[in-house]
Structure formats: C-alpha cells, structure tokens
Design a binder for this molecule. Structure first.
Ligand code: NAD
Length: 462
C-alpha cells in the first residue's frame, strides 16, 4: 500500500514531532471536527437509515472533542521523562523512562460508532507523536468517506492518511508491518488480525466485544436500575460494544423488572417505529441476525416481549426493531452464547449473589460489567471476584466517558488499553534509560575480584 510506504518513509527520515507540533495537529483536528459535526451526524444517519443527530453529537462528536482537549491539556506532563528510583548499589547514577513515538500506527475501526472509534485512537496516536494510517469500516461507507475528507483537510498524507474498503483491503492492511496496530471489531476477526500481526511481530491493541452483564442486587430500586440499563441498551438501538448484553435479576423480581422496563422504555420512546430518536439497525444482515436470535430463543421455549405501542408496525423495508425483553432463557440459546448487539435484553434470574457471580465467571470475560447496589462491601466483593474490561457501578457505560480511565477489554473482549494517558503510553515506546554517574559505584564489582568485591557480594547475597 503506497499510503503506508509514504508514512513509513517519512517516519524513518524525519525527527519525532515535539510538544508544539503535536498540540497544533490536535487543535487543527478539533477545529475541523467542529466544522463538520452536523455533517458527521447526517452521514451516520444515512448509514444507519436513522439515528438522532443528538445521539451522534453526544456519543461520537463530544467524546472526540473532549479527548482532544484532554490530550492537549495533559500531553506535556505525559511526555516528560519520568525519573525512577535506582538501588543504592548504583548510586549516584539515575534512571528514567523516556516516551518515544513508535512510528506508524494502524487503526482499523468498526461501524457502530464510525467516528468515535476512528478519531479517539487517532488522538492518542498523535499525542504520542506517531504517524497514522486509518481503515474505517465499509459497513458505514458514507461516514468512512467523510472520515477520509476530514483527514485530508486536516493532515499532510505523510502524517495521517486513510484507506477505505472491506475485508479484502483490511486483510492486506493488517498484514503491513505497522509499529502498532489498534483494531476495533469482533472477537472472531480479532483472532485473524492477531495472526496477521504475528508475522511482523506488530504489537496490537484489540478492542473487541462480548456479553457484558448487568447484575441488579435485590436491595436496589428496580425502577432506577431498569431506567439506566434500558437507556444504555437503547443508545444506538443496542449496537454498542458496551451495551448491557443481558440482565441478572433476583428470581422473584423478574416479572416486576420486565413490567418496570416496559414503562421505562415507553417514557424514553413514546413511539418507536417513526421515532427519530430511536436508531435503526444498520443493515438487512444485522436485522435478520437479530430476528434469528429471537426466533431461535422462542423455538427453545423463551418468552419474548416486544415493547412498542399497539398498532405500530415494523419491517416493511425499514430496519427499525423494537426493544425486546426475553424471559426463560437457557445457555443453549444463541442469544446467550453470542454478543447480541441490538435492542434485545435477556433477563436471567438468579438466586443469590454467589450464583450471579458464578454465572458471570463461568462465561468468557466481558468487556464491561455493571452492578447495581449501594452496599459498599458487596460492591467491593463483585469488583474483586469478577474480571472484566471495565465496570460502572449503579449505571452502565459511563466508565468509558472518563478520560482518566484506561479503556479496553480482557481475554476474549480485548487486550491493551487506550484513552488519555493509557493511550499515550500504549502508542509510545516506554524506553528505560540508565544514566551512569561521574563516579560509577559498579566499578567495585569488576575483576580482579578482591576483598571489596567479595564484601559487596556478601551484602548483595544476604
Ligand atoms: P468486524 O470485526 O466485522 O469488523 C471490524 C473491522 O475489521 C472493519 O473495518 C472490517 O473491514 C475489518 N475486517 C473484517 N474482516 C477482516 C479480516 N478478515 N481481517 C482484517 N480486518 C477485517 O466488526 P464490526 O461488525 O465492524 O463491529 C462490531 C464488533 O465490534 C462487535 O463485536 C463490537 O462489540 C465490537 N466493538 C468493540 C468496541 C470496543 O471498543 N471494544 C467498540 C465498538 C465495537
């Protein structure tokens, strides 16, 4: 790929950009995104068939602008070499960690938040002083074209560039010898990306998916929990990597939870089929996939409750799908084995908190876990006894919006972190540097080994 060769050549010939140049690049990006923000919302709406402008501005444009401002404010401190203590044996020498750009970073992004998932990794890569090549998702083609236009308007192609295309282009892309590759997408494709990157020993950050549970403790207000769970679930009609995938509810409260869920969905979306606030499923393939999950669950005895007004009709060429709560699920159903990625919420009963924790721990480690409880000790217990990419307590998704928190999965939900300082470090070489003093204490340990060396050894080996 010529775009890659040009970036690589520029990276090996030029010196790394300093603080001023990095800030300028990020400020320029901030300005250009401000100019195009409404167009961004429009492109996403066209790609999805329907998504509210407010949703794109809130969930895509705002996090990007916020991420840029956070990086501009903190980059100087992040870039500063960090002194670390040296053992008395080596004094008066000193040691420090120096942060150096890795070179050329590749970013492959998913379609569900096409701008957020492309520009936020870009911000971290630029803060760390890298050059970047981007491959947006072909499933949101209008957004991908605008991404290309924004990048060309903002950057020299020897600094940041974009290539577009589907899996074939992407396969070539991930086999290039990047200095770091950040991939956002499915766990299945993540495995292929890792194989391709292994050929070049390219370091990877994998931002993948999975089934993120929401556990509601019996003492917690069902109404508040339902409101927060469904709000997060129905952003982008459930097509969110961090959406609560299923809810674990005390067994004697399942029916009440479904009732309050219905009321709460009706408050959020008084109508659904024609409601401009309610996002459409991205395409026919995903619409059919979701319908297939429901058909499979029903065939195996699940009860599926669609939340919409009487008389509203769906389908008819549109991909708008009403929210669905699913009761009586079993582990054999496809919707309990695969990430749902749509407005369908299985409600799984549990008897005790032990059971709920065991249920989560017997499944692949999720990208996020949500726990609703005001009891500090129990919250700590859940935090200690489960492993997930991140956690929001008493709400959903919001940990991702904290610039100070590292973001990333664990095991099948991903590896490595980005956002803010975590992203800066991830895309920097953290180079360990030892600075010998004018007097080198280690001179005492050279041959010929005499009494002094042996006395020192005695000390070291005690
Ligand atoms: P996907 O894996 O199908 O595609 C992601 C990207 O990979 C696209 O750009 C695509 O062109 C490319 N691609 C496809 N096949 C490829 C191959 N064989 N080799 C190399 N690249 C290939 O994922 P998707 O459908 O776009 O996104 C949905 C998934 O992404 C969900 O699992 C979701 O949970 C996950 N996701 C994760 C995060 C996160 O931050 N952890 C964020 C958003 C989405």
């Amino acid at each position: 790929m010529n775009e890659f060769v040009n970036l690589k050549t520029a990276s090996s010939s030029g010196s790394a950009p300093g603080l001023r140049e990095r800030r300028e690049a990020l400020k320029r990006l901030h300005e250009v995104i401000q100019v195009h923000r409404d167009e961004m919302a429009q492109r996403v709406a066209e790609d999805f068939g329907r998504r509210a402008t407010e949703e794109t501005l809130l969930l895509e444009v705002f996090p990007i602008l916020n991420g840029i401002r956070h990086a501009i404010a903190h980059m100087e401190a992040w870039m500063r070499p960090r002194g670390v203590a040296v053992s008395w044996l080596f004094k008066p020498a000193s040691a420090q960690i120096v942060y150096q750009p890795l070179g050329v970073v590749g970013i492959v992004s998913a379609w569900n938040y096409p701008f957020w998932l492309t520009f936020l990794p870009l911000v971290d890569a630029l803060a760390a002083g890298n050059r970047v090549l981007i491959k947006p998702s072909e499933i949101a083609p209008r957004s991908a074209d605008l991404t290309g236009a924004i990048i060309r308007e903002t950057f020299d192609p020897a600094h940041v560039n974009v290539v577009t295309g589907g899996p074939e282009v992407s396969k070539k892309f991930v086999s290039l010898p990047f200095d770091h590759l950040l991939f956002t997408g499915s766990t299945r494709v993540g495995k292929e990306v890792m194989k391709a990157a292994a050929e070049n020993l390219t370091p990877l950050t994998l931002e993948l998916g999975g089934k993120s549970p929401a556990i509601v403790h019996e003492s917690y207000s069902l109404k508040t929990a339902a409101e927060r769970i469904w709000t997060g679930k129905l952003y982008n009609a459930g097509q969110t990597c961090l959406a609560p995938d299923y809810a674990l509810i005390p067994e004697d409260k399942v029916d009440e939870f479904v009732d309050v869920s219905r009321a709460c969905v009706a408050r959020l979306y008084p109508a659904l089929a024609e409601n401009p606030d309610y996002t459409s499923i991205v395409n026919q393939r995903h619409y059919e996939r979701l319908m297939g999950l429901i058909a499979d669950a029903m065939a195996q005895g699940a009860e599926c409750l669609a939340f919409h007004n009487e008389g509203e009709s769906f389908g008819n060429g549109s991909h708008v799908m009403p929210p669905v709560a699913v009761k009586r699920v079993t582990s054999e159903m496809t919707l309990m084995r695969e990430e749902i990625f749509g407005p369908v919420l299985p409600v799984v009963p549990y008897q005790s908190l032990d059971d709920a924790i065991a249920y989560v721990n017997s499944r692949p480690r999720p990208l996020a876990l949500y726990y609703f409880d005001n009891h500090r000790k129990r919250v700590n217990r859940v935090l200690n006894e489960t492993v997930s990419g991140g956690v929001t307590v008493n709400d959903v998704i919001l940990h991702v919006a904290q610039s100070g928190l590292p973001f990333g999965g664990v095991g099948p939900s991903g590896m490595g972190h980005y956002h803010g300082e975590a992203g800066f470090r991830r895309m920097s070489k953290e180079k360990g540097v030892f600075l010998q003093g004018r007097i080198a204490s280690t001179a005492m340990l050279r041959p010929p080994y005499g009494r002094l060396a042996r006395a020192m050894m005695g000390f070291l080996l005690k």
